[in-house]
Structures are given as C-alpha cells and as structure tokens.
Design a protein around this ligand. Structure first.
Ligand code: V47
Length: 362
C-alpha cells in the first residue's frame, strides 16, 4: 500500500495497526498517509478508550479585559487598530457573569484575559477569589501559561509563587492557551515577546507537580508547516510522559479575520481532520482529543468524532477571542442543540465535568 505521495508506507501502517509509539522520523511521515488510513488508526484508539461517547461540558467563558501589552499577530481580540473597543470588566461584573451562568447550569467558568498591566496583579487574583467565595462548587479553569508569565513579570513573583497564589485563590485547572506553536522561529514571527515555549512547559510542569491538571492547545493553519505541528505534538508527549498532567489536547484552527498575520491560504477539511487524527495517534498518553467546535466549525467537529476526537468542548454561552477573528461562536450553543447534533451524528452525548468525570448521559 502507498501513501498520498506514492511513498511505500506499509511498514508505517503496520506500526499504526500494532499500536506502536512512533519515532520522530515516522511521525514526520504521517501526513503522507491517506486520510482514510489515519482516520482508521485514530478511530481505533478513540473507540478503545471511549467507545461512541462524545464529551462536552456546560461552561461559560469570561474574558476580564481585552487590553494587552503583548502584540500577537494572529489575535483579533485584543484592542488595537482593527478592534478599537478596549474594555476592562470590574471584579463585580466578572462575578455577576459567573453567578448568572451558574444559575443556568454552568459547571465551569473558563477565565482568560488579555495582559492588561494597568489593573495590577491583585485584580486577577481577586476575580478568582470572589468567584470562589460566591460559588464554592463551580470549577474555575483559569489563566493560561502566557498569563502566568505576565503575572510573574507584573508582580516580581516566581512562576511557582504565582501558581500557588492561583491555587489558593480557587483556580482548579489551567486552560491550554498560549501554546500557539512551540517551534521557536515560527513563534518569534507570530507572537514575539509572549511566553517562550520553554517557559510554557515549565509553568505547566510546576502546575502538574502541584497535583493539578491542565490542557494544551496548538494553533495551526497560519505560517507553520506540518513538521512544526508534529514537533509541537511530540513536545507535548514528552512532558506528558514525565507528569501525566494534561487532560486534553486541543488543535485550534487559525481564524483569519481582523488580525495582522495576513495568511492567504485556506486549510482544507482533509488537512484539519488529518491533524486531529495524527494528534490522537501521537498523543496516546493524553486522554482526550478535543475538536473545539468554535475553530473547527460545528460540522467538521461532528465529523472529527470519526477521526479520533472524543470531546467537542461545551456550550460556552459567550465567546470573544475566536469570534473576533471570524469564528461563528459569539453566542455559544444551546445545550439541546449540542446534544441533538452529537446524537444525530451517531454518537452518545455525555456531559462531563472539567476533569472528565462523567455527569450525565443524554
Ligand atoms: O491561546 C487567538 C487562540 C487561544 C486566534 O483549555 C486563535 O479547554 C484561532 O486556549 N484563530 C485561547 N485561534 C483559547 C484557548 C482555549 C479554547 C478552548 C478551550 C481551551 C481549554 C482553551 O485562542 C489562544 C490562541 O491560541 N487564538 N487568536 C485566531 N485568530
């Protein structure tokens, strides 16, 4: 059997069939395989781990400010020439949003902010403390490694001290943002000055060693190539071998509007599905692969359930970061919609909590 480029790939397919962990060289050849071959191998792993269950949660995103000291070229959310609407929510406003979401059934708030130096370190910690005071049961998933790095600079505290403060304030787990693409050259071109790849991993490693869980994302479909994506996944695999602290890998499809990257090419659906399938194959040690419907689109995330993905994130209620760049996600999704879409595509919708404990089968 051959791959897309006519390269003899029988030995690689055999390794996939035998579920053998792949070397860097083999991993770099995966994209040359046909989508159907990758899909079959990824789906085998997904079905063994989860059967036909697809996870989602009922959550609410809160973005306290869009004023940012960083200048990531792909970002349409932070206030700049293409998005001239700066805002900073008060702590009370953040708490009110969380309380309203909780009343409507949200079990998680996902708090991520732009890096606004004007409001000070205590503002960020107090948002968490106040939400925790008002809502002792809600899961607070908050602050990416990029924010931890920013908080460290702002306060003069070490990463460990910032992470301890976050945990004391009430953060339960960390989201996977700020990972972008780990290759240092590409990173310098798209988000110079942001947390380095090395420090992104350092922060997650410290968090994991505190007994906490986190996620990891990968922003793709911009100026990176396939080798950079494989390298990104293998770096994740390596830390996971050491700590086991990642809950989910989340490939984020780059959205092109209102930002300064000026990418002309479009990713095909095949390339997106191949990337999801490859992540399932290479990251056997990360339990969950999330096809985040916001950037994958709803339709393709439903298809991705057949290519290794077992999670499609949640109802979200209000989404600001990706919708600013063109994603159709500003108002989130209704629970009944999410459930019936998963059911109609032949899978079993299972509401999970933020740590992937099952809450309800639909
Ligand atoms: O780090 C910014 C990305 C991320 C664009 O952990 C963009 O459960 C696409 O990390 N096109 C923040 N993506 C969102 C995030 C996340 C989302 C959902 C779930 C979880 C989780 C984490 O959004 C940023 C950046 O990589 N982003 N701009 C854009 N134009």
């Amino acid at each position: 059997m051959t791959g897309c480029k006519g390269i003899k790939m029988d030995y690689l397919i055999k390794k996939l069939e035998d579920n053998i962990d792949l070397s860097i060289d083999d991993a770099n050849k995966l994209y040359d395989l046909d989508l159907s071959v990758l899909g079959k191998a990824a789906q085998k792993i997904r079905l063994e781990k989860f059967g036909k269950k697809t996870y989602f949660n009922i959550n609410r995103h809160i973005n306290p400010s869009n004023i940012c000291k960083d200048v990531c070229k792909f970002c349409a959310f932070s206030a700049h020439r293409k998005n001239p609407n700066p805002y900073t929510l008060s702590i009370d406003e953040c708490v009110e949003i969380a309380k309203n979401a909780y009343k409507k059934g949200a079990k998680e708030v996902h708090v991520v902010s732009a890096h606004n130096p004007e409001v000070g370190y205590d503002y960020y910690m107090n948002i968490i403390k106040e939400i925790r005071n008002e809502l002792p049961d809600i899961h607070i998933k908050a602050f990416t490694a990029a924010e931890v790095n920013f908080f460290s600079g702002l306060s003069g505290k070490s990463y460990s001290e910032v992470l301890e403060d976050m945990a004391k304030a009430g953060v339960d787990s960390m989201p996977g943002g700020g990972a972008e693409i780990f290759d240092e050259e590409i990173r310098a071109k798209i988000c110079k000055g942001k947390v380095s790849s090395e420090n992104w991993f350092k922060i997650h490693e410290i968090w994991h060693r505190m007994g906490k869980k986190s996620n990891v994302t990968m922003l793709f479909g911009h100026i990176e190539n396939r080798i950079h994506r494989i390298d990104h996944m293998l770096r994740v695999r390596k830390l996971q071998e050491k700590t086991g602290g990642f809950n989910a890998f989340i490939p984020l499809v780059y959205q092109r509007k209102n930002n300064y990257l000026n990418v002309k090419k479009f990713l095909t659906g095949t390339e997106i599905l191949k990337t999801i399938a490859i992540s399932r194959i290479l990251l056997k040690n990360v339990p969950n692969i999330k096809a985040y419907w916001v950037t994958t689109t709803l339709n393709l995330s439903l298809v991705a359930q057949e290519y290794g993905a077992n999670d499609i994130d949640g109802t979200i209620e209000k989404e600001s970061i990706n919708s600013a760049a063109g994603a159709e996600s500003s108002k989130g999704l209704q629970l009944y919609e999410l459930v019936s879409l998963i059911k109609d595509s032949g899978f079993i919708p299972v509401e999970r909590d933020s740590l992937y404990n099952e809450i309800k089968y639909y």
